[in-house]
Structure formats: structure tokens, C-alpha cells
Ligand binder design. Structure first.
Ligand code: SF4
Length: 469
């Protein structure tokens, strides 16, 4: 999972993108980058590096990113080591100069790369963005249309046809403007908005989350639809076309965990949905006659706060924030490698002993993926005197990998795979574990359609041998 931002038609495009990336920092902390295009000099400028947005860009770096179009990226690596050659945005120079950034995964990346390599393409990274870039330039070089937008439609349609996975893309094409498109199921998010500049010209912004548009004072136009292409030309004209829509399956995990609580996706508030999920979980627990006494409801900060508050209201129990998070340690789920993840969890939380000692604690988390964080937190609470610990997850059991950009790589690593609730309770050392059901999640999402393949194995694309997770 990553965060992407693109701004066109603004003299402070890079500055806007930088602010947007700071807001999207929770979507990835491995690296950050911005590429701008200056139409006066017809030059691209790029700055990208490993690390968080605040450390990657100095004021001097930003001042060099001149131009009225800029795209940016903050990276959470789901694939392999974090290497400098994988940093985004990436660029190619022929037949058009294109800089591109994306959020997502191509599940058939290996096959596509093989085909391109056989055609003489050469790759310098393991990043599937490079495959998307090569596909675009290959298709552009083969498209016969005279009008650039028509040519682009043909090229992107071909990508949507051949590339499987979840991906949202922003790109700037030298002299032609800024473009954005989304996979044919709309799995990964992308929203856009407009703002009128002082000179009455129009500026457009694309972003993974609506919070960026709100912060930068853009008026939300809507989501880039599944399989839709949008081009904002240098004169501010916006052209869009639906090229290939197979359905609407936005990733449910955005509402559960990934997106900022202040954002809206597909018109649905992240915060409101988390409140609903908490209420539903509360009802499940209320209706369970075998459930023991609970003294306090405790959220695992930060994502589960809204759900834990709603759950405590539903059960009429005190809500207590007894787990204190060290804000300078990165989110444990988005750390690569199990060892790094374990170490992060150890550093991450402190417990207020006097609030926990002798208490029956109902711990609320957004999800239980590998169980690493949950197990450690339960251990911490018990070390600090908790009598009993019950664990409630707003997300239903995750039983299958994600091929579309979320780091649930193998079934073996998923605590709920092949285990019943009793076995999970034993493994996590809790008295009881409660999950929302898939039907609760659907209800909280107003019965809209969304991707839930990691919960029920109903993948939108066929899963083949060698699919990349
Ligand atoms: S498989 Fe799960 S995590 Fe992956 S896109 Fe679908 S809902 Fe999201």
C-alpha cells in the first residue's frame, strides 16, 4: 500500500504534493518522492529517497522541484527489500517523457515482465510500476490515433486489459498534461478535485485520500472510476473516458485499517464505518451468553479508537486508553519482515499499570493479521496485572493472501488460516476472541460491493500459479 498525489495547474504544485504526502504518511514510510514538470523549460525535476516525507525533503530540495505539474509518492513496500532503484516516481523518455507513480500490485507482474523482456525491454528494478510504465510507452508507440487523448485511451485500455491486480496511477507526460487511471475493479483508491486559482485558471488534484483534497482546499469532484482514464491538459481542460470496467470492488481494508479516519472513500466516511463496526461487534458480544465480566474497553491505538468507543457505548462499559503508543515508532503492520515487526511491537506500547491491575480487559483491534501485535499486547497487559483479556476484532478473520497490494503475503502467516476461534484464543493467550462477521462488514458498508477476497477467497481475477503477492 502506498499514497499518491498529483497536482496540475498550480504554481505551487510541488509544495501542494509535498503537503499531500505528509498527510498520506500513514500509507507508507519506506520512501518518498516527487517529480515535477516545468512547462516553461520543458524539464522534469525529481527528488526521491528512502525515509519518511519529513526527512526526505528539505526546503532546498523542494525549491528545485519547479513547475506547475507535480506527482508524488510515499511508499510502503510489499515486495522484497527496500532498494533505491525501486523508488517512485519513475520515468521513461520514449516515445513520450512520462513520470509515473502508483499504489497497488500487479498480480501477473512476472508474466507481463517476461513478455516485455522478450520484446527487448530492459528493467532496472523489481517494482511493478516499471512494468506499467513500459506497457504504457509500448502501447503509445503502437497506437495509430492522431489526437493524443485518443492515443492515450488506446494505450491505457490495453494496460487495463492485460494487467491484473489493484492499482491507481498518476503520471505527468511532458507537454501533454497529467493523467490518472484506476484498475478495472477500482480496488485501490483514487479521488480527485478542482480549485480555481487567483488568475481564474483551474488546478486539479488527484490523491489516494480525500483528506488531501480537503487540506489543500480542492473541491471533491469524485472518485476516478474503476477502469477510467482522466487527462488534465496543460490548458486546464479535463478529458475523461471509461475504458474498461469489470465491476466496483474497492478494498475493504481501507475502511478497516489503512485510510485516515478523516477521509471518505466511495462517498463513505471511514470514521462512521469504524463506529458502525464497533457497534456491531458490541452487539455480538452482548448476545454471547458465555462471555465473562468486563471492567474496561481498551483500544489498540490508533486505528481502532472509533470502533472501541462505539463498542464501549454499546456495552455501557468504561472506555480507557491504557495502551500508550510511542508515536516515533512506525506502524507495525507496515514494517517489512517478521523480525523488524516484532521489534517494533516491543518498542511501541507502554501500559498504565494502575488502570489495568486486577481488571478484566476487553481489547479492541481493527484486525488480527499475523497475531504478532495482538500476542505482544496481551502479554503486556497480563504482565501489568490484567486478570482476563478478551480480544475483539472489527475485521472478520483474514484467511487468504492479498494479491492486490496489502501485505498479507502467505496463508501460513495468517493467524486465522486453518484455525478455529478456540485455537486462535490459545495462540494469542486470550480468554475469548470475537470477530465481526463478513455480513456485519457488509452492513457497515451499506451493502455496497467491495473486495473481500482475503476473507472469503473470492478473488476478482483468477489466481494462478506464480501470482505475485
Ligand atoms: S484481498 Fe483483502 S486486502 Fe486485498 S484488496 Fe481485497 S479486500 Fe483488500
Amino acid at each position: 500500500m502506498c499514497g499518491i498525489v498529483g497536482v496540475s495547474g498550480s504554481p505551487s504544485a510541488s509544495e501542494n504534493v509535498h503537503q499531500g504526502l505528509l498527510i498520506l504518511q500513514h500509507r507508507g514510510q519506506d520512501s518518498a518522492g516527487i517529480t515535477s514538470f516545468d512547462s516553461r523549460t520543458a524539464k522534469f525535476h525529481t527528488h526521491k529517497d528512502l525515509g519518511q516525507v519529513s526527512t526526505v525533503f528539505s526546503a532546498k530540495d523542494l525549491s528545485k522541484l519547479q513547475g506547475d505539474v507535480a506527482i508524488g509518492h510515499t511508499r510502503y513496500s510489499t515486495i522484497g527489500e527496500i532498494r533505491e532503484c525501486d523508488l517512485q516516481p519513475m520515468m521513461v523518455g520514449y516515445p513520450y517523457a512520462v513520470a509515473m507513480a502508483h499504489n497497488g500490485n500487479l498480480s501477473n507482474c512476472v508474466d507481463l515482465k517476461k513478455k516485455l523482456t522478450n520484446l527487448g525491454h530492459f528493467f532496472t528494478s523489481d517494482n511493478d510500476l516499471e512494468v506499467l510504465l513500459h506497457l504504457l510507452t509500448l502501447n503509445l508507440s503502437q497506437a495509430k490515433e492522431n489526437v493524443f487523448f485518443d492515443k492515450l485511451c488506446t494505450a491505457v485500455k490495453e494496460i487495463l486489459h492485460s494487467a491484473e491486480g489493484g492499482f491507481s496511477v498518476v503520471a505527468t507526460i511532458g507537454g501533454e498534461g497529467m493523467m490518472a487511471f484506476r484498475d478495472r475493479y477500482g480496488i485501490r483508491p483514487l479521488i480527485y478535485g478542482v480549485k480555481r486559482n487567483e488568475d481564474q485558471s483551474l488546478s486539479y488534484c488527484f490523491s489516494s485520500e480525500s483528506s488531501v483534497l480537503n487540506f489543500l482546499n480542492f473541491t471533491v469532484i469524485g472518485e476516478v472510476e474503476a477502469g477510467e482514464l482522466i487527462l488534465v491538459k496543460p490548458d486546464g481542460t479535463l478529458l475523461k473516458k471509461s475504458l474498461m470496467k469489470s465491476g466496483s470492488l474497492p478494498c475493504m481494508f481501507e475502511w478497516i485499517y489503512f485510510a485516515g479516519a478523516e477521509s471518505k472513500m466511495e462517498g463513505r466516511s471511514i470514521y462512521e464505518t469504524r463506529l458502525k463496526l464497533g457497534r456491531q461487534l458490541g452487539q455480538r458480544i452482548k448476545n454471547d451468553e458465555t462471555m465473562g465480566a468486563v471492567d474496561i474497553v481498551v483500544p489498540v491505538p490508533d486505528t481502532s479508537r472509533a470502533s472501541a468507543i462505539a463498542l464501549s457505548e454499546e456495552l455501557n462499559l468504561p472506555y480507557r486508553e491504557v495502551l500508550i503508543k510511542n508515536r516515533y515508532v512506525q506502524r507495525s503492520f507496515i514494517q517489512n519482515g517478521q523480525d523488524r515487526r516484532k521489534m517494533t511491537v516491543n518498542l511501541k506500547f507502554s501500559v498504565i499499570r494502575e488502570q489495568v491491575e486486577g481488571k478484566n480487559v476487553l481489547l479492541v483491534d481493527d484486525s488480527i493479521v499475523r497475531g504478532t501485535t495482538s500476542r505482544k499486547i496481551v502479554e503486556l497487559l497480563k504482565e501489568h496485572g490484567a486478570k482476563n483479556v478478551y480480544l475483539a476484532s472489527t475485521c472478520p478473520p483474514i484467511v487468504s493472501p492479498c494479491y492486490y497490494g496489502i501485505d498479507f503475503p502467505t496463508t501460513d502467516e495468517l493467524v486465522a488460516f486453518g484455525r478455529d476461534e478456540k485455537e486462535i484464543e490459545t495462540l494469542l493467550n486470550v480468554e475469548r476472541v470475537f470477530y465481526n462477521h463478513v455480513s456485519d462488514l457488509s452492513e457497515a458498508m451499506d451493502n455496497a460491493s467491495f473486495c473481500k477476497a482475503c476473507l472469503n477467497t473470492e478473488y476478482p481475477y483468477p489466481v494462478r500459479e506464480g501470482h505475485r503477492v
